[in-house]
Design a protein around this ligand. Structure first.
Ligand SMILES: [Zn+2]
Length: 555
């Protein structure tokens, strides 16, 4: 039997509220091909149509027929809009396809397989999980749960499993949690906001690869080969359907037609600079800054093609798709260059700049690094590193570690060998010798660029953790927050992401030291001031509670 690596599946490209010329905006997306079981159940995604509100396990999509003469048929290619909206089978397939597409996008950017945060290989996806205007990733259930609700006006159901943005956003939470397990720890407003801002960035940028959708949304009425330049101006785009998230949920919950759940791109730099510590607001600042860079690069690419107020339609869409693809790759790859604990936006800025610089040291076409430095700066985000070789990028370690007692081959896969390397070099890497130290992951990766250039790197994360009483903080030159009892137990975190080149040499050692007094004190003060130590109980599911608030929140 011939092997077909990919297949095409029909999905709803935004959500059912977004229609062009009275029709659903649909797209055929390319995802990894596999022999699916009923559900569908594949090697990484298992759709379980269970509704916890009614206690009903619905009939699952029957096992799709396999073919030997080509990739599987796209079952819903010819289905009417009504059939898509009403078919539970389509709902299951839509959710499956978008989760798989998001996973595949992460794997292609990182150049390796990506695991979920939990021990299992298959994430469960419940397309009609609960009668609630909510959707969330539940690590405890190893699941992505999509809710639904009925519109007050006519009782028609609104399904989050039909919203491309919401599925991509929730899948990103699950993938990010697998890549950086400590980012949900209480730490700072920026670390708390990062999950949300990053998930929104992925949801927004991944839409631009669907070229026919972008074309129809940009100019719903047009059909010639030229496009009015007014349609691709920054302000017009910021208000367009392309750059809002959760249109149907936003519209139905607010009662205002066209009201997206979130539209971070309209956040002005002066608002961002005055942003409070509320984590979701902080997340929007990051999304606004990154999307601002995207729009600037896209608009810059289009300028030479504008003649007498119009430009080639295909060119406009193609440039948007290419710029979004590049920026999405930068953002996902940047995760590898971020410290494993206590992430700040400035760290992510340096990580993005480093990720791009590693791949495209002489980029004259997009100049994304210039665009990012400019947009991030306007939104009050400065790179954590000054960058000796390239502004804003991480610097190589100042002191050379010793390699003579460890084995290169083993270091590419074995956490114990890595631990030995780190431990033997504990003075060079400024480890706290009495802290609990653990290698969290060892991930060999092959990144490929648009020109076919391959960059081989091994990404290692290690964690340092120390528990002490507030009265012992002085041993680390830290002071006890005012009012904190001396007997208060405290956990401090350090740890690094270490990047090895193809020869097994350390290129970067990016992280937070337990000895970083300013950083540790800032975290401690923030946790104390926000009542972390007083909270007797934490929400059962951090993602559920976050999204319950988000779905009801409009700005
Ligand atoms: Zn979220």
């Amino acid at each position: 039997m011939a092997y077909y690596p990919t297949r095409r599946v029909t999905v709803i490209a935004r959500d059912p509220s977004v229609q062009v010329r009275g029709a659903l905006l649909r797209s055929s997306v390319e995802i990894p091909n596999e022999e699916l079981q009923a559900g569908p159940r594949g090697y990484r995604v298992h759709v379980v149509d269970y509704d916890s509100s009614t206690g009903t396990l619905y009939r699952t999509l029957t096992k799709p027929a396999n073919r030997t003469d080509g990739p599987p048929h796209d079952t819903f290619e010819k289905a009417s809009d009504d059939e898509l909206l009403e078919s539970a089978d389509f709902h299951a397939m839509n959710a499956y396809a978008i989760v798989m597409r998001t996973l595949a996008r992460f794997e292609s950017a990182l150049g390796r397989r990506v695991a979920w945060s939990f021990p299992g290989h298959q994430v469960k996806v419940a397309p009609h999980a609960m009668a609630s205007a909510n959707a969330f990733y539940s690590p405890d259930d190893e699941a992505l749960l999509f809710g639904y609700f009925r519109r007050p006006c006519d009782g028609r159901p609104v399904y989050s499993c039909l919203a491309h943005d919401i599925i991509a956003h929730e899948t990103t939470h699950a993938l990010l949690d697998g890549l950086r397990e400590r980012y949900t720890d209480p730490s700072s407003p920026e670390q708390a906001g990062f999950h949300e801002g990053f998930a929104d960035i992925v949801a927004l940028l991944s839409l631009f690869a669907l070229r026919e959708v972008v074309e129809r949304v940009l100019d719903p009425a047009g059909d010639g080969d030229r496009l009015s330049a007014a349609l691709v101006e920054t302000d017009a785009l910021k208000k367009s359907i392309l750059l809002g998230l959760g249109h149907e949920f936003g519209q139905e919950l607010s009662g205002v037609r066209g009201n997206a759940l979130r539209r971070s791109v309209t956040l002005r730099p002066e608002q961002a600079r005055a942003c409070d510590d509320e984590p979701h607001h902080r997340g929007e600042v990051l999304a606004a800054a990154v999307m601002d860079a995207f729009l600037n690069v896209w608009m810059g690419r289009l300028l030479p093609y504008i003649h007498e107020g119009s430009l080639d339609r295909c060119r406009a869409v193609e440039e948007g798709a290419a710029a979004a693809d590049r920026l999405l790759t930068i953002c996902i790859r940047a995760l590898d260059y971020c410290p494993p604990t206590d992430l700040r936006f400035g760290d992510f800025a340096s990580a993005m700049l480093t990720a791009d610089w590693q791949m495209y040291p002489r980029d004259m076409k997009y100049r994304f690094r210039d665009a990012l430095r400019c947009s991030l700066g306007r939104f009050g985000i400065s790179a954590a590193s000054a960058g000796r070789e390239e502004p804003g990028t991480w610097d190589p370690p100042e002191e050379e570690p010793a390699y003579d007692r460890t084995h290169f081959e083993e270091m590419q896969r074995n956490p114990d060998e890595l631990f030995r390397f780190i431990w033997e070099n504990r003075r060079v890497f400024r480890l706290h010798e009495n802290a609990y130290t653990r290698v969290l992951s060892v991930r060999p990766s092959v990144r490929t660029g648009s020109d076919g250039f391959a960059l081989r790197e091994t990404v290692v994360e290690y964690l340092q953790l120390i528990r002490l009483r507030a009265s012992e903080l002085r041993s680390l030159w830290l002071s006890r927050p005012r009012g904190m009892a001396g007997a208060q137990e405290i956990t401090l975190y350090g740890g690094n992401a270490m990047i090895f080149d193809q020869f097994g040499r350390v290129k970067y050692n990016i992280g937070n030291s337990l000895f970083n007094r300013a950083r540790q004190q800032a975290r401690l003060n923030y946790l104390w001031e926000t009542g972390f130590f007083e909270a007797a109980s934490t929400p059962a599911n951090r993602f559920a509670s976050i999204h319950q608030r988000r779905m009801a929140e409009f700005r």
